[in-house]
Ligand binder design. Structure first.
Ligand code: DSN
Length: 432
């Protein structure tokens, strides 16, 4: 039964068109995934009604006993998943998690270092158009032109020259494992804090397929909706909690506050108000799923699929930044294919294949045009696709990239995409 259908058929039809789009196209955006029905149910549930400013047991509103239970479970499950002593599951997004973490460790005007957005970083790692670039003095490091990997000689040189208070590692288009240990060595040499943003590989980290940042980083942020396959949202963690070194004490007792208390109060009341309790509860559901052995099978398949796809592209003379992938992300430099990222994205979209245009390191084109596309396997792996399908998908993408204006090719590819999607159904209960 659909309440929405009866109450607002216009929006019901829009929703159904989106279900149809998700069903009938190949979702290759590396940051997207498809949540389970239980996660959908919780995210669409009555906890959306509840105001719960504060934290479990310390709320500014009555009636919080059940949302407290859900938030406690979300925190506890996150701590087990990531082997963390502390988790804050309230950030509404990865950006807000990053904002709260940065403002806890760094004063405005102080220096931070992060991976250049055009080299695979993220807006919140110091882009001039983002709060991070406006509030802090930013020094960006880049990847090496030849290897496509972070150049630690450059990181070390910049760190020694600019003495950042905090170094951010991680990004949104870095196909290789994040080198936490190398970053930690540099951070220790200059006495900087180290923050990891594991939004992209979080599901791989949780299942041991990517190194863990916890032993190396002072603070770790993530989103919950990419490889972790939860609802949209953010989270902040620490491997170990400790007393803060900034001299912040509790007003009445004079006790030195822990870092966890500083982060908690930076999230709320510092930058957020009422937490999204339906989403926090849905995070708990997703974390419960990620703790099951089947989730490790899923994340292993994500990586196998990405590596199969990468090898298939290499065999067709595609240039992959860093030469391949360790994760779920492939960054393709299309320069030798004489097509821009923008044209490729549009042509692929017409053929039912969703990717995003993406700058490649040392790109001479603007972020609105770009020389590359980013491809990821989390969503198609959720549908059950495996290595054989990756070979087909590479072939389909290649046909479109070679013939972006050939309607005959696009139509044929679209029909193969439809057959493929029909063989790996998604959300069919919602369509019936
Ligand atoms: N927009 C996300 C991505 O696509 O990677 C990062 O925030």
């Amino acid at each position: 039964m659909s309440y929405l259908k009866n109450a607002d058929s216009e929006l019901f039809e829009i929703l159904m068109r989106e279900v149809g789009r998700e069903f009938s196209t190949l979702e290759l955006i590396a940051s997207e995934n498809f949540v389970s029905y239980p996660v959908l149910e919780m995210a669409g549930g009555v906890m959306t009604n509840k105001y719960a400013e504060g934290y479990p047991g310390k709320r500014y509103y009555g009636g919080c006993e059940h949302v407290d239970e859900a938030e406690d479970l979300a925190r506890d499950r996150a701590k087990i998943l990531f082997n963390a002593e502390y988790a804050n599951v309230q950030p509404h997004s990865g950006s807000q998690a990053n904002m709260a973490a940065l403002l806890t460790f760094v004063k405005t005007g102080e220096t931070i270092m992060g991976l250049d957005l055009a080299h695979g970083g993220h807006l919140t790692h110091g882009s001039p158009v983002n709060f991070s670039g406006k509030l802090f003095n930013v020094v960006s490091y880049q990847v090496d032109r030849a290897t496509g990997r972070v150049n630690f000689d450059e990181v070390r040189k910049l760190a020694k020259e600019h003495k950042p208070k905090l170094i951010i590692c991680g990004g949104s288009a870095y196909p290789r494992h994040i080198e936490f240990e190398d970053f930690k060595a540099v951070a220790d040499e200059i006495g900087a804090f180290l923050m990891a943003d594991i939004a992209h590989p979080a599901g791989l980290v949780a299942t041991g397929l990517h190194p863990s940042p916890m032993p190396y980083c002072d603070v770790v942020t993530t989103t919950t909706h990419k490889t972790l396959r939860g609802p949209r949202g953010g989270m902040i963690m620490m491997g170990k909690d400790s007393e803060n070194s900034f001299g912040v004490v509790a007003p009445k007792s004079g006790r030195v506050k822990n870092m966890s208390e500083l982060i908690d109060s930076m999230v709320m009341p510092g930058i957020q108000g009422g937490p999204l309790m339906h989403i926090i509860a849905a995070k708990a559901v997703a974390f419960g799923e990620a703790l099951q052995p089947s989730f490790k099978e899923y994340t292993s398949q994500i990586v196998k699929n990405a590596q199969t796809l990468a090898d298939a592209f290499l065999s067709k003379d595609y240039h992959l930044v860093s030469g391949g992938t360790d994760t779920h992300v492939i960054l393709i430099d299309l320069t030798n294919k004489s097509i821009t990222g923008k044209t490729a994205e549009k042509a692929l979209e017409k053929a039912g294949i969703t990717v995003n245009k993406n700058m490649v390191p040392f790109d001479e084109r603007s972020p609105f045009v770009t020389s590359g596309i980013r491809v990821g396997t989390p969503a198609i792996t959720t549908r059950g696709m495996e290595e054989d399908q990756m070979l087909t998908i590479c072939d389909l993408i290649d046909q479109v990239i070679d013939n972006p204006e050939n309607e005959f090719v696009i139509t044929n590819v679209k029909s193969t995409v439809k057959e493929l999607c029909d063989s790996f159904p998604l959300y069919d209960d919602l369509l019936n």
